[in-house]
Design a protein around this ligand. Structure first.
Ligand SMILES: *Cc1c(COP(=O)(O)O)cnc(C)c1O
Length: 358
């Protein structure tokens, strides 16, 4: 049976990329070895990591003022590395509190200094990105940290703040899903496993001058400078993840770059939101201005119906639709690799389910 995978992360990868990797798995470019069996210092892997970086630079139009790094430990290690490297003594750190992952980032920052909440949507159960006009940003803060897409609550920034201090963004769940100006950021980071690869590697895009902030007593493996100086190869990097990122970004270039990817993502999310809007059965709890194009969350009239929906959807080949355990409901994660066809088929299922159960 053909399955459409709506998992939130690790998430689906383009079928042609997986098939490509499968073909090369045991014998990479006639070397007689799989890519995971080859030295990271050898010619084959050097070409792979350089191509992965070059693809990301091209697709996102990244200038030489920025380093592109591959680091293990996922987005969650970045929650700690950021304050560890970028907190300026005597200043506080601003965080936008927009949900679970933003709170997890704040928790780590508190280990290194004063954390201030620039805004919070906690009192409305994180159903929106707080109105930028009401944020309290400290012009002397070390930096401002935002979470551009809130994977669990289904919210996303459609307008970005313009702080006077470096802006740091957790883009784990909308990385490379739309066109943005990297020059507006001090640092961007993302675990690969939602939009551009498997788990085990995070991509960090960092304005190089910020590296001067790192305190001297920071452990080697937790210093951004180590990854910049060593071209992400101070020690053995996560070779398979980087190889997959290379293939996914090759695919993104082939289908027309970030502009084309964004157009498809817009069409997919609009189609589902229109279906929800047109229905008295499905309900989206998110403020319309803040709706995520990556994670579409919705509720049914009862938890019993939600359970039935997930079960019947699964039997029909739509997997991964159960909402995060902390919020319940339904979540359709429609990252870059999800084709429009998958969303159209899901909408057909939603309409049929509504008819049969309302
Ligand atoms: C998934 C996710 C994370 C956690 O990523 P790990 O790589 O598992 O550490 C952090 N932030 C956001 C926004 C996420 O969606």
């Amino acid at each position: 049976m053909k399955v459409f995978n709506f998992n939130a992360g690790p998430a689906m990868l383009p079928a042609e990329v997986m098939e490509h990797a499968q073909r090369e798995f045991c014998d990479y470019h006639k070397s007689g070895c799989g890519i995971m069996e080859l030295s990271h210092r050898g010619g084959e892997f050097t070409e792979v990591i350089e191509a992965a970086e070059k693809n990301i630079r091209e697709l996102m139009d990244i200038s030489d003022d920025y380093a592109v790094l591959f680091i293990q430990g996922g987005a969650s290690l970045q929650f700690a590395m950021i304050p560890m490297n970028l907190h300026v003594p005597g200043t506080s750190m601003d965080y936008a509190d927009t949900g679970h992952w933003a709170s997890a980032a704040m928790k780590e920052a508190k280990l290194f200094g004063d954390v201030k909440s620039a805004c919070s949507s906690k009192d409305t159960n994180y159903n929106k990105i707080p109105d930028l006009r009401h944020w309290k940003m400290d012009p002397r803060a070390s930096y401002l940290h935002i979470t551009t897409n809130n994977t669990i609550f289904g919210t996303q920034y459609h307008t970005l703040p313009e702080p006077k201090v470096p802006m740091i963004a957790d883009m784990s769940s909308d990385f490379m899903s739309r066109v943005l100006d990297v020059n507006n950021f001090g640092l961007i980071y993302a675990g690969a496993q939602k939009n551009i690869g498997p788990s085990g590697v995070a991509v960090v895009i960092m304005r190089k001058d910020l590296v001067k902030r790192t305190p001297a007593n920071t452990p080697t493996m937790l210093k951004y400078g180590t990854y910049i100086d060593g071209k992400s190869m101070y020690n053995t990097p996560p070779t398979f993840g980087i190889y997959m990122i290379r293939l996914v970004t090759d695919w993104m270039k082939k289908i027309g770059g970030l502009g084309a990817v964004e157009t498809i993502n817009d069409a997919k999310s609009e189609a589902i939101y229109e279906t929800i809007e047109a229905s008295n059965f499905y309900n989206n709890p998110v403020d319309p201005e803040s709706r995520s194009k990556m994670n579409v969350v919705f509720r049914l009239p009862s938890e019993a119906l939600e359970e039935k929906f997930v079960k019947e959807a699964k039997a029909k080949g739509f997997v991964g639709l159960k909402g995060h355990r902390s919020v319940g409901g339904i979540r359709a994660s429609i990252y870059n690799a999800m084709p429009l066809e998958g969303v159209e088929k899901l909408i057909d299922f939603m309409n049929a389910f509504e008819k049969a159960n309302s």
